[in-house]
Design a protein around this ligand. Structure first.
Ligand code: ADP
Length: 429
């Protein structure tokens, strides 16, 4: 029997004793009267505690002033304890939920949980951005109403979730997404949305690159093949025979230049970062200038203005970058033009610049000039032995030295290509 009940019964027995004694001594009516009074007082007391309990039950607080005496005290303390434990358990669970949600928000992928009817129950902010959702209004909505791409709807309803689905983001065609549905807890589904734009772009670039290289090599190879056939099948006079051999050598040189530039690019991409070896700029620039004069063969006036500043980096990469800019100036400047090479301090940085008054470049081409095989003037590029890879090499070599390339040009007036090197790449003293 619960101690509280024993206590209540004992109190009743104790209260009944004086009534019994009074009943014997004065008369039974007095005894019953006293017992009734005692029971009435006990009832009043119980009513008072009951009302207190009733009031408390509307807003149960473990700190509220819910006190009683005797058996009530025990019941109240047990209620307090229960309420307190309940509150702790709820707080712990709230905290666990918060941590799970925070972990869901910290994931770099978009995460959406769907119920058995493919309705959204929760999603993180990344998923909101990727799919243009707003969890405050979209909770409970069928996902197929919000992501309506037929490919996605077929994937959702098809039930084969072994592989992810790739598609353009519904409200941002620039974004490429990989969506994977992962069933869990019976009919529920976790939708993982990964941004694969970069890998998709890389894939496309790789495909374009292979197509470009094949195209660039196929043309000279086809020409070479044609000449070979002519030389083999026709009985040409010696002078004509030699002319054909010369033309074949030109095509093979062209292929060799493409392969050499491709190898330079690939070594720029794969070799370790350039160190900080001191590159003597005075000798390097003098050599570049004499190379330019050889290439120009007296057709241009070439000037060099250089301050005594040395660079820190990889000499052959820098020669490659500067050499390409200078040879471009020579190749794209008609005879009689001028080419100015300068190397000077520019606040705390230093600038290498090549200016020419050549053919110039139309503004729409400028942002794409450093793409592989991009040419503003295809005819002139091929005619002058260009591979379409020079500026790609320049950009790579410069960015490996934390330098930036700036291009200013006007069609018919000339161009200025400049490379700005940060203070950390300049040799002190
Ligand atoms: P290419 O081998 O064709 O010269 P580059 O990558 O060096 O390739 O240059 C890309 C394109 O930029 C060239 O095809 C040419 O149209 C343009 N270009 C580069 N430098 C100059 C310049 N100094 N003047 C005019 N056009 C230039």
């Amino acid at each position: 029997m619960p101690p509280a009940l024993i206590q209540t019964l004992a109190l009743t027995v104790v209260g009944a004793i004086p009534a019994l004694v009074l009943g014997f001594l004065v008369g039974p009516a007095w005894g019953w009267g006293l017992l009734a009074l005692f029971l009435f007082l006990q009832l009043l007391n119980a009513l008072r505690y009951f009302l207190r309990l009733e009031r408390w039950s509307h807003h149960p607080q473990p700190t509220a002033d819910l006190e009683g005496s005797g058996a009530w005290d025990e019941v109240f303390s047990r209620l307090y304890r229960h309420e307190k434990e309940l509150r702790h358990a709820i707080a712990r669970r709230d905290n666990d939920l918060m941590m799970v949600e925070a972990a869901g928000q910290a994931i770099v992928d978009g995460i959406i949980t769907l119920d058995g009817d493919n309705r959204i129950s929760w999603c993180n902010k990344v998923a909101e951005r990727q799919l243009g959702l707003d969890i405050r209004s979209d909770r409970g909505q069928p996902i197929a109403n919000l992501v309506r791409e037929p490919g996605f709807v077929a994937y959702l309803t098809g039930g084969n979730f072994r592989l992810p689905l790739r598609l353009n983001a519904p409200r941002n065609p620039e974004l490429f997404l990989s969506i994977h549905l992962l069933p869990y807890a019976g009919g529920y589904r976790l939708m993982q949305v990964r941004d694969v734009t970069q890998s998709e772009q890389l894939d496309r670039m790789r495909r374009d690159f292979v197509a470009n290289v094949s195209h660039e090599l196929r043309t000279p190879l086809t020409i070479l093949g044609g000449f070979l056939e002519t030389v083999r099948e026709l009985d040409l006079p010696p002078a004509e025979h030699d002319r054909y051999l010369g033309l074949m050598a030109d095509q093979s040189d062209r292929m060799l230049r493409i392969v050499q530039d491709l190898l330079t690019l690939s070594s720029l991409e794969s070799s370790p970062k350039p160190g900080s070896d001191r590159v003597p700029m005075a000798t390097l620039l003098a050599k570049l200038r004499s190379d330019a004069e050889a290439l120009s063969a007296g057709r241009h006036s070439i000037t060099l203005e250089a301050e005594a500043i040395d660079l820190l980096g990889n000499e052959s990469e820098l020669v490659s970058a500067f050499g390409n800019l200078i040879s471009n100036a020579v190749r794209y400047t008609p005879a009689g033009g001028t080419i100015a090479i300068s190397w000077k301090r520019c606040v705390s940085s230093a600038e290498f610049a090549v200016s020419d008054n050549g053919i110039g470049i139309a503004p729409e081409h400028i942002p794409r000039l450093t793409e592989r095989f991009y040419r503003a003037d295809t005819g002139r590029s091929r005619e002058s032995g260009g591979t379409g890879l020079g500026l790609a090499i320049v950009k790579h070599a410069l960015s490996r030295h934390q330098a930036t390339l700036d291009i200013a040009s006007k069609p018919g007036q000339g161009s200025r290509f400049s490379a700005i090197f940060p203070p950390g790449r300049l040799a002190g003293g």
